[in-house]
Write a protein that binds this ligand. Structure first.
Ligand code: PMV
Length: 334
Protein backbone atom coordinates (compact mmCIF):
# COMPACT_ATOMS: atom_id res chain seq x y z
CA UNK A 1 0.00 0.00 0.00
CA UNK A 2 1.35 3.41 -0.92
CA UNK A 3 0.59 6.34 1.33
CA UNK A 4 1.25 10.04 1.05
CA UNK A 5 2.19 11.77 4.24
CA UNK A 6 2.43 15.27 2.98
CA UNK A 7 -0.42 17.40 1.80
CA UNK A 8 -0.86 20.90 0.56
CA UNK A 9 -3.90 21.43 2.77
CA UNK A 10 -2.70 23.10 5.94
CA UNK A 11 -5.17 21.34 8.28
CA UNK A 12 -3.97 17.97 7.07
CA UNK A 13 -0.36 18.82 7.73
CA UNK A 14 -0.56 18.31 11.48
CA UNK A 15 -1.68 15.17 13.24
CA UNK A 16 -1.73 14.12 16.87
CA UNK A 17 -1.73 10.84 18.74
CA UNK A 18 -2.15 10.01 22.40
CA UNK A 19 -1.14 7.37 24.90
CA UNK A 20 -0.80 7.19 28.69
CA UNK A 21 1.29 5.76 31.51
CA UNK A 22 0.85 2.36 33.10
CA UNK A 23 1.59 0.51 36.32
CA UNK A 24 2.37 -3.19 36.50
CA UNK A 25 0.43 -4.93 39.27
CA UNK A 26 1.94 -8.41 38.89
CA UNK A 27 4.50 -10.17 36.75
CA UNK A 28 7.24 -7.61 35.98
CA UNK A 29 10.48 -9.26 34.93
CA UNK A 30 8.91 -12.74 34.91
CA UNK A 31 6.95 -11.63 31.83
CA UNK A 32 10.25 -11.26 29.95
CA UNK A 33 10.54 -15.07 30.33
CA UNK A 34 6.97 -15.73 29.17
CA UNK A 35 5.19 -15.66 32.56
CA UNK A 36 1.89 -13.74 32.86
CA UNK A 37 1.77 -10.05 33.74
CA UNK A 38 -1.08 -7.75 34.69
CA UNK A 39 -0.89 -3.99 34.11
CA UNK A 40 -3.21 -1.03 34.60
CA UNK A 41 -3.58 2.15 32.55
CA UNK A 42 -2.82 5.44 34.34
CA UNK A 43 -5.00 7.83 32.31
CA UNK A 44 -3.90 10.92 34.28
CA UNK A 45 -0.34 10.47 32.99
CA UNK A 46 -0.95 11.52 29.40
CA UNK A 47 1.46 11.63 26.49
CA UNK A 48 0.62 13.47 23.27
CA UNK A 49 2.59 13.41 20.02
CA UNK A 50 2.14 16.10 17.37
CA UNK A 51 3.74 15.59 13.95
CA UNK A 52 4.16 18.05 11.12
CA UNK A 53 5.90 17.24 7.84
CA UNK A 54 8.86 19.42 6.97
CA UNK A 55 9.09 19.92 3.25
CA UNK A 56 11.30 21.83 0.90
CA UNK A 57 15.01 21.92 0.27
CA UNK A 58 17.30 21.38 3.23
CA UNK A 59 14.50 19.96 5.39
CA UNK A 60 16.78 17.04 6.34
CA UNK A 61 15.70 14.37 8.82
CA UNK A 62 13.14 14.57 11.61
CA UNK A 63 13.61 16.70 14.71
CA UNK A 64 12.14 16.14 18.15
CA UNK A 65 11.00 18.65 20.73
CA UNK A 66 10.08 16.99 23.98
CA UNK A 67 8.45 18.28 27.14
CA UNK A 68 8.53 15.78 30.02
CA UNK A 69 8.72 15.94 33.81
CA UNK A 70 12.25 16.61 35.00
CA UNK A 71 13.55 16.47 38.57
CA UNK A 72 10.81 17.29 41.12
CA UNK A 73 8.21 16.90 38.39
CA UNK A 74 8.65 20.30 36.78
CA UNK A 75 8.29 20.12 32.98
CA UNK A 76 11.60 20.22 31.16
CA UNK A 77 11.98 20.92 27.46
CA UNK A 78 14.63 19.36 25.25
CA UNK A 79 15.11 19.60 21.51
CA UNK A 80 17.34 17.79 19.06
CA UNK A 81 17.65 14.81 16.78
CA UNK A 82 15.21 11.95 17.07
CA UNK A 83 16.67 9.28 19.43
CA UNK A 84 17.60 5.94 17.92
CA UNK A 85 14.54 4.03 19.15
CA UNK A 86 12.15 6.53 17.53
CA UNK A 87 14.28 6.75 14.36
CA UNK A 88 13.92 2.96 14.03
CA UNK A 89 10.18 3.30 14.58
CA UNK A 90 9.96 5.93 11.80
CA UNK A 91 11.88 3.61 9.49
CA UNK A 92 9.58 0.67 10.26
CA UNK A 93 6.51 2.87 9.83
CA UNK A 94 7.76 4.10 6.43
CA UNK A 95 8.18 0.49 5.32
CA UNK A 96 4.66 -0.38 6.47
CA UNK A 97 3.23 2.73 4.77
CA UNK A 98 5.00 2.00 1.49
CA UNK A 99 7.18 5.13 1.65
CA UNK A 100 10.64 5.06 0.11
CA UNK A 101 12.14 6.95 3.06
CA UNK A 102 10.83 7.94 6.48
CA UNK A 103 8.97 11.28 6.34
CA UNK A 104 10.94 14.31 7.58
CA UNK A 105 8.90 15.56 10.51
CA UNK A 106 8.82 18.02 13.30
CA UNK A 107 7.79 15.85 16.22
CA UNK A 108 6.57 17.31 19.47
CA UNK A 109 6.13 14.96 22.43
CA UNK A 110 4.33 16.41 25.42
CA UNK A 111 4.44 13.89 28.26
CA UNK A 112 3.32 13.96 31.87
CA UNK A 113 4.95 10.60 32.53
CA UNK A 114 8.14 10.87 34.57
CA UNK A 115 10.86 8.94 32.71
CA UNK A 116 12.72 5.95 34.22
CA UNK A 117 10.09 5.36 36.90
CA UNK A 118 8.55 2.13 35.59
CA UNK A 119 5.49 4.06 34.36
CA UNK A 120 5.86 3.24 30.68
CA UNK A 121 7.19 6.60 29.46
CA UNK A 122 9.17 5.19 26.53
CA UNK A 123 6.33 2.94 25.33
CA UNK A 124 3.84 5.83 25.65
CA UNK A 125 6.11 8.08 23.57
CA UNK A 126 6.30 5.42 20.88
CA UNK A 127 2.57 4.63 21.07
CA UNK A 128 1.57 8.33 20.80
CA UNK A 129 3.94 8.77 17.85
CA UNK A 130 2.57 5.70 16.04
CA UNK A 131 -0.97 7.02 16.45
CA UNK A 132 0.07 10.46 15.17
CA UNK A 133 1.84 8.92 12.15
CA UNK A 134 -1.16 6.75 11.44
CA UNK A 135 -3.43 9.80 11.55
CA UNK A 136 -1.07 11.88 9.39
CA UNK A 137 -0.66 9.24 6.69
CA UNK A 138 -4.12 7.65 6.87
CA UNK A 139 -2.46 4.26 7.10
CA UNK A 140 -5.32 2.64 9.02
CA UNK A 141 -3.00 0.54 11.17
CA UNK A 142 -4.57 -2.49 12.82
CA UNK A 143 -3.96 -2.77 16.58
CA UNK A 144 -1.42 -5.56 16.05
CA UNK A 145 0.50 -3.40 13.56
CA UNK A 146 0.54 -0.44 15.96
CA UNK A 147 1.77 -2.79 18.74
CA UNK A 148 4.53 -4.17 16.49
CA UNK A 149 5.75 -0.65 15.69
CA UNK A 150 5.81 0.33 19.38
CA UNK A 151 7.79 -2.84 20.04
CA UNK A 152 10.43 -1.79 17.46
CA UNK A 153 11.16 1.23 19.68
CA UNK A 154 10.82 -0.70 22.94
CA UNK A 155 13.25 -3.44 21.89
CA UNK A 156 15.77 -0.81 20.91
CA UNK A 157 15.34 1.00 24.25
CA UNK A 158 15.23 -2.04 26.58
CA UNK A 159 16.64 -4.99 24.62
CA UNK A 160 14.20 -7.69 25.84
CA UNK A 161 10.83 -5.98 25.91
CA UNK A 162 7.94 -8.30 26.76
CA UNK A 163 5.28 -6.06 25.24
CA UNK A 164 3.36 -5.40 28.46
CA UNK A 165 4.22 -1.67 28.35
CA UNK A 166 3.39 -1.41 24.64
CA UNK A 167 -0.04 -2.92 25.37
CA UNK A 168 -0.95 -1.12 28.60
CA UNK A 169 0.02 2.37 27.40
CA UNK A 170 -2.62 2.07 24.67
CA UNK A 171 -5.39 0.36 26.62
CA UNK A 172 -8.34 1.84 28.53
CA UNK A 173 -8.74 -1.30 30.61
CA UNK A 174 -6.36 -3.51 32.63
CA UNK A 175 -4.27 -5.77 30.42
CA UNK A 176 -3.23 -9.34 31.01
CA UNK A 177 -0.38 -10.62 28.86
CA UNK A 178 -0.26 -14.40 29.13
CA UNK A 179 0.76 -17.18 26.76
CA UNK A 180 1.75 -14.55 24.20
CA UNK A 181 -1.76 -13.11 24.07
CA UNK A 182 -3.27 -9.89 25.42
CA UNK A 183 -6.58 -10.11 27.23
CA UNK A 184 -8.81 -7.92 29.39
CA UNK A 185 -9.14 -9.57 32.79
CA UNK A 186 -12.45 -9.65 34.61
CA UNK A 187 -12.75 -7.15 37.49
CA UNK A 188 -15.44 -8.24 39.99
CA UNK A 189 -15.25 -5.15 42.20
CA UNK A 190 -13.92 -1.75 41.21
CA UNK A 191 -10.89 -0.48 43.10
CA UNK A 192 -8.35 2.33 43.12
CA UNK A 193 -4.57 2.44 43.04
CA UNK A 194 -2.14 5.00 44.36
CA UNK A 195 1.19 5.31 42.59
CA UNK A 196 4.03 6.98 44.48
CA UNK A 197 7.38 8.03 43.03
CA UNK A 198 10.51 7.29 45.07
CA UNK A 199 12.16 10.21 43.30
CA UNK A 200 15.00 8.14 41.91
CA UNK A 201 15.01 6.59 38.47
CA UNK A 202 15.81 2.99 37.70
CA UNK A 203 17.12 1.64 34.40
CA UNK A 204 14.89 -1.15 33.08
CA UNK A 205 17.71 -2.32 30.83
CA UNK A 206 20.05 -2.58 33.83
CA UNK A 207 17.45 -4.36 35.98
CA UNK A 208 16.64 -6.88 33.22
CA UNK A 209 20.39 -7.44 32.69
CA UNK A 210 20.99 -7.88 36.42
CA UNK A 211 18.40 -10.67 36.60
CA UNK A 212 19.66 -12.27 33.38
CA UNK A 213 23.16 -12.50 34.91
CA UNK A 214 21.81 -13.82 38.23
CA UNK A 215 19.76 -16.47 36.40
CA UNK A 216 22.77 -17.48 34.28
CA UNK A 217 24.70 -18.12 37.50
CA UNK A 218 21.79 -19.91 39.16
CA UNK A 219 19.22 -21.40 36.74
CA UNK A 220 17.17 -22.76 39.67
CA UNK A 221 16.64 -19.20 40.89
CA UNK A 222 15.06 -18.39 37.52
CA UNK A 223 12.77 -21.43 37.70
CA UNK A 224 11.67 -20.57 41.25
CA UNK A 225 11.09 -16.91 40.38
CA UNK A 226 8.98 -17.67 37.32
CA UNK A 227 7.00 -20.26 39.27
CA UNK A 228 6.30 -17.87 42.18
CA UNK A 229 5.51 -14.89 39.98
CA UNK A 230 3.13 -17.00 37.87
CA UNK A 231 1.47 -18.19 41.08
CA UNK A 232 0.94 -14.60 42.26
CA UNK A 233 -0.44 -13.48 38.91
CA UNK A 234 -2.86 -16.42 38.55
CA UNK A 235 -4.13 -16.09 42.14
CA UNK A 236 -4.43 -12.32 41.70
CA UNK A 237 -6.59 -12.84 38.60
CA UNK A 238 -8.94 -15.03 40.63
CA UNK A 239 -9.08 -12.41 43.41
CA UNK A 240 -9.67 -9.68 40.86
CA UNK A 241 -12.53 -11.56 39.19
CA UNK A 242 -14.13 -12.40 42.54
CA UNK A 243 -13.69 -8.87 43.95
CA UNK A 244 -11.52 -10.15 46.85
CA UNK A 245 -9.61 -6.91 47.36
CA UNK A 246 -8.00 -7.65 50.78
CA UNK A 247 -6.55 -10.89 49.37
CA UNK A 248 -5.38 -9.08 46.23
CA UNK A 249 -3.67 -6.51 48.44
CA UNK A 250 -1.84 -9.16 50.49
CA UNK A 251 -0.53 -10.71 47.29
CA UNK A 252 0.80 -7.33 46.19
CA UNK A 253 2.76 -7.00 49.43
CA UNK A 254 4.05 -10.59 49.16
CA UNK A 255 5.12 -9.88 45.60
CA UNK A 256 7.05 -6.80 46.77
CA UNK A 257 8.95 -9.04 49.21
CA UNK A 258 9.78 -11.49 46.43
CA UNK A 259 11.10 -8.69 44.20
CA UNK A 260 13.05 -7.24 47.15
CA UNK A 261 14.65 -10.69 47.55
CA UNK A 262 16.00 -10.35 44.01
CA UNK A 263 17.56 -6.97 44.80
CA UNK A 264 15.09 -4.98 42.70
CA UNK A 265 13.80 -2.67 45.44
CA UNK A 266 15.63 0.28 46.99
CA UNK A 267 15.45 1.93 50.42
CA UNK A 268 13.16 4.45 48.74
CA UNK A 269 10.66 1.98 47.30
CA UNK A 270 10.78 -0.20 50.45
CA UNK A 271 9.97 2.86 52.58
CA UNK A 272 7.11 3.88 50.28
CA UNK A 273 5.60 0.38 50.40
CA UNK A 274 5.81 0.35 54.24
CA UNK A 275 4.32 3.84 54.51
CA UNK A 276 1.43 2.93 52.19
CA UNK A 277 0.61 -0.08 54.38
CA UNK A 278 0.86 2.04 57.57
CA UNK A 279 -1.51 4.50 55.91
CA UNK A 280 -4.09 1.74 55.46
CA UNK A 281 -3.50 0.51 51.89
CA UNK A 282 -4.62 -3.09 51.34
CA UNK A 283 -1.22 -3.90 49.82
CA UNK A 284 1.76 -2.22 48.19
CA UNK A 285 4.62 -3.18 45.92
CA UNK A 286 7.29 -1.78 43.66
CA UNK A 287 6.15 -1.62 40.05
CA UNK A 288 8.00 -2.02 36.74
CA UNK A 289 11.71 -2.57 36.28
CA UNK A 290 12.68 -1.49 39.80
CA UNK A 291 16.10 -0.31 41.11
CA UNK A 292 14.18 2.86 42.01
CA UNK A 293 11.00 4.09 40.40
CA UNK A 294 7.52 3.75 41.83
CA UNK A 295 5.34 1.84 44.25
CA UNK A 296 1.73 0.92 43.55
CA UNK A 297 -0.71 0.62 46.48
CA UNK A 298 -4.23 -0.79 46.55
CA UNK A 299 -7.27 1.09 47.90
CA UNK A 300 -10.97 0.26 47.91
CA UNK A 301 -12.48 3.65 47.04
CA UNK A 302 -11.59 7.12 45.78
CA UNK A 303 -11.70 8.43 49.38
CA UNK A 304 -9.46 5.60 50.58
CA UNK A 305 -7.00 6.26 47.75
CA UNK A 306 -7.01 9.96 48.58
CA UNK A 307 -6.20 9.29 52.23
CA UNK A 308 -3.34 6.87 51.34
CA UNK A 309 -2.05 9.32 48.76
CA UNK A 310 -2.13 12.26 51.20
CA UNK A 311 -0.35 10.21 53.89
CA UNK A 312 2.32 9.05 51.42
CA UNK A 313 2.95 12.55 50.12
CA UNK A 314 2.91 14.06 53.62
CA UNK A 315 5.21 11.50 55.28
CA UNK A 316 7.69 10.94 52.45
CA UNK A 317 7.37 13.97 50.16
CA UNK A 318 6.69 11.59 47.26
CA UNK A 319 4.74 12.66 44.19
CA UNK A 320 1.60 10.54 43.90
CA UNK A 321 -1.11 9.77 41.36
CA UNK A 322 -4.33 7.81 41.69
CA UNK A 323 -6.32 5.80 39.18
CA UNK A 324 -9.72 4.13 39.31
CA UNK A 325 -10.19 0.62 37.94
CA UNK A 326 -13.92 0.06 37.39
CA UNK A 327 -15.71 -3.26 37.59
CA UNK A 328 -15.96 -4.91 34.17
CA UNK A 329 -16.26 -8.20 32.34
CA UNK A 330 -13.15 -9.80 30.93
CA UNK A 331 -12.73 -10.71 27.29
CA UNK A 332 -10.17 -11.87 24.79
CA UNK A 333 -8.23 -9.08 23.18
CA UNK A 334 -8.53 -5.55 24.52
O1 PMV B 1 9.72 -0.20 31.63
P1 PMV B 1 9.35 -0.69 32.99
O2 PMV B 1 10.28 -0.26 34.06
O3 PMV B 1 7.93 -0.50 33.31
O4 PMV B 1 9.58 -2.27 32.96
C1 PMV B 1 8.82 -3.10 32.19
C2 PMV B 1 8.65 -4.42 32.81
C3 PMV B 1 9.78 -5.44 32.67
O5 PMV B 1 9.15 -6.68 32.92
C4 PMV B 1 10.87 -5.21 33.68
C5 PMV B 1 10.40 -5.44 31.27
C6 PMV B 1 9.46 -5.93 30.19
O6 PMV B 1 9.78 -5.72 29.03
O7 PMV B 1 8.44 -6.55 30.49
Amino acid sequence: MSTHCTSTTEEQRIATGEAHGKAILFGEHAVVYGAPALALPLPELTCRATVRPVTGPGSGGSRLRMVAPGAHGTPRETAGDVPEELALLLLAFAERAGLKTPPALEIHLDSRIPPSRGLGSSAANARALVRALDALCGTGLAEQEAFDLVQVAERSAHSRASGIDALATGSERPVLLADGRARTPSVGAGFHVVVADSGSGGSTREAVGMLRDAFARDPDLRTRFIHRSTGFARAALDDLAAGRLPSLGRRLTDCHRMLAGLGLTTDGTDALARTALDAGALGAKMSGGGLGGCVVALATSAAHAESVSTALAGRTGARTWTAAVPEGAGHDGR
